[in-house]
Design a protein around this ligand. Structure first.
Ligand code: GTP
Length: 210
């Protein structure tokens, strides 16, 4: 067992991934929690979640990440999960303009269903597919600025910025919720006791054998 799994977390927090169907939410979650990627597309039915321990500075956070279905028919189920979320990531696909244009609709949903204090981030996924790009990085940065949200381009496939994105949003969440966190448990400080190295030389008093 590693030190991280043995330690008691200082806090629990919920992050929700939202965005159109097929933009890569499940893949982002799998990359972050299992460091795995699958090229096949299996649409999420309703909602799913995974847990992960994350270290932010001295704090150990137990993260619950909810992966919502992008399909319209699941919308009434998925919006129920926005409540209580400390962070929400809106994901779009940089090779699909429609998914980017619908970021506005996802922001409206957040305003309607999530708490005011929820930290939000926009992720432009599939940035490994430069040749198929339809949305510029500048457009992504601009919309994030407009809504006062953080922004990153990611690739679940090539493992680009996935850890970084979660780390970034978690840092912001921790900063916002400092007062709710248990102080981190520090390692007990033991006095260092120096043991004398056993000497190969016979002690001065010992008689040497002829
Ligand atoms: P719903 O569950 O329907 O909402 O879809 P989703 O947003 O969870 O999409 P999912 O993660 O299932 O990915 C959809 C498709 O995009 C799959 O075929 C993935 O392999 C592919 N995909 C996901 N992320 C990437 C990426 O970073 N790069 C590339 N090239 N393909 C990706």
């Amino acid at each position: 067992m590693t030190e991280t799994t043995m330690r008691r977390p200082d806090w629990q927090c919920k992050i929700v991934l939202i965005g159109d169907a097929g933009v890569g939410k499940t893949c982002i979650l799998r990359r972050y929690t299992e460091n795995a990627f699958s090229p096949s597309f299996v649409a999420t039915i309703g909602i799913d979640f995974k847990m992960k321990m994350a270290e932010i500075g001295e704090h150990l956070i137990k993260l619950q990440i909810w992966d919502t279905a992008g399909q319209e028919k699941f919308r009434s189920i998925t919006t129920a999960y926005y409540r209580g979320a400390k962070g929400i990531c809106i994901v779009y696909d940089i090779t699909d303009t429609k998914s980017f244009e619908r970021v506005n609709m996802w922001v409206k949903n957040i305003r309607m269903w999530a708490g005011d204090e929820t930290e939000c981030m926009i992720l432009g996924n599939k940035c490994d597919q430069e040749d198929l790009r339809q949305v510029t990085k500048r457009d992504g940065e601009n919309i994030a600025r407009e809504y006062n949200m953080s922004f990153m381009e990611t690739s679940a496939k090539n493992d680009i910025n996935v850890d970084e994105a979660f780390h970034h949003i978690l840092e912001k969440i921790v900063e916002k919720n400092k007062d709710k966190l248990r102080p981190p448990i520090r390692k007990p400080e033991y006095e260092e006791i120096k043991l004398n190295e056993p000497s190969l030389e016979p002690p001065a008093t010992a008689k040497k054998c002829c």
